[in-house]
Design a protein around this ligand. Structure first.
Ligand SMILES: Nc1ncnc2c1ncn2[C@@H]1O[C@H](COP(=O)(O)OP(=O)(O)OP(=O)(O)O)[C@@H](O)[C@H]1O
Length: 251
């Protein structure tokens, strides 16, 4: 495995100003120390995957990046500027799209209405007569056929696609996805994986995701492995060793 410090410097330095940079983050729930001195980052136009067993702090890290949890120490910079003082809605408007675990689709709104809610993260907000751009349907064709269905009537995989599409409506520069394939059937996992790859390739949006499926993890450019609230290993996913896979993925 590559040594942690060298690879970290190489990864972030070779790619220009990082889209996201997290430095020395410490987060507590009450007195429980959950994140310990976390340093990590996402380079522009890259896909970065966070791996680790249940309960190691992956969701806590994403929530802290989104401003839903307050760190006790450390800094978070987005496109070169600290966002530590910004509330979560301000982080969304600054260009960070978030799809939480469980997706949070509004069940009693239609697919179309759920999509338009994503415009709240744009400067103009939701305007009357707002439309969903065609690119969204090109990425997720199933949504076009279901525009008038209630969000709550969609399958888990369809809801996940809707949640990612809704986040894209906010025109983010960084998309943060918390286990997008959790509880989703294998054929749909491949569709979601392909859509995320296409987003990175065609739009230049950077992606940070938590993922357990090895095939999906391998699509990322870089991985960070977490254990007990700290980053314990990182490197290009092309160099993921069996040892790392055994230790950090539920395969
Ligand atoms: N609201 C909370 N209050 C107190 N402790 C919490 C809270 N939420 C999470 N924790 C604890 O923080 C630790 C990290 O949880 P977190 O959800 O970040 O882990 P994770 O790696 O995302 O795991 P999973 O894949 O199961 O979601 C766990 O020990 C968990 O029990």
């Amino acid at each position: 495995m590559i040594s942690q410090d060298n690879s970290k410097i190489q990864y972030l330095d070779d790619n220009g100003q990082p889209t996201l940079k997290v430095d020395g983050l410490n987060v507590y729930y009450g007195e429980s120390h959950i994140l310990r001195d976390v340093d990590m980052g996402v380079a522009p136009g890259k896909m970065v995957c966070l791996i680790g067993r249940n309960g190691v702090g992956k969701t806590t890290l994403l929530k802290t990046i989104m401003g839903l949890l307050k760190p006790r120490s450390g800094d978070i910079a987005f496109q070169g500027k600290s966002i530590k003082g910004l509330a979560s809605d301000q982080r969304a408007r600054a260009g960070i799209g978030y799809v939480p675990q469980g997706r949070e689709i509004i069940p009693r709104l239609t697919v179309g209405e759920n999509l338009l809610l994503g415009l709240e993260a744009t400067k103009g907000g939701v305007k009357p007569n707002a439309k969903v751009p065609d690119e969204i349907y090109e990425l997720f064709p199933v949504l076009k056929t279901m525009l008038n269905r209630m969000g709550g009537d969609l399958s888990g995989g369809q809801q996940q696609q809707l949640a990612i599409a809704r986040a894209l409506m906010g025109k983010p520069r960084l998309l943060v996805l918390d286990e997008p394939t959790e509880g989703i059937q294998p054929s749909i996992i491949l569709e979601i994986e392909a859509a995320v790859k296409r987003i990175v390739r065609e739009t230049g949006i950077s992606v940070l995701l938590v993922e357990q499926h090895l095939h999906f993890v391998r699509q990322a450019d870089w991985y960070y492995a977490m254990q007990k609230g700290g980053i314990v290993s990182q490197g290009p996913t092309s160099e993921l060793s069996n040892d790392v896979i055994q230790k950090f993925l539920a395969v």
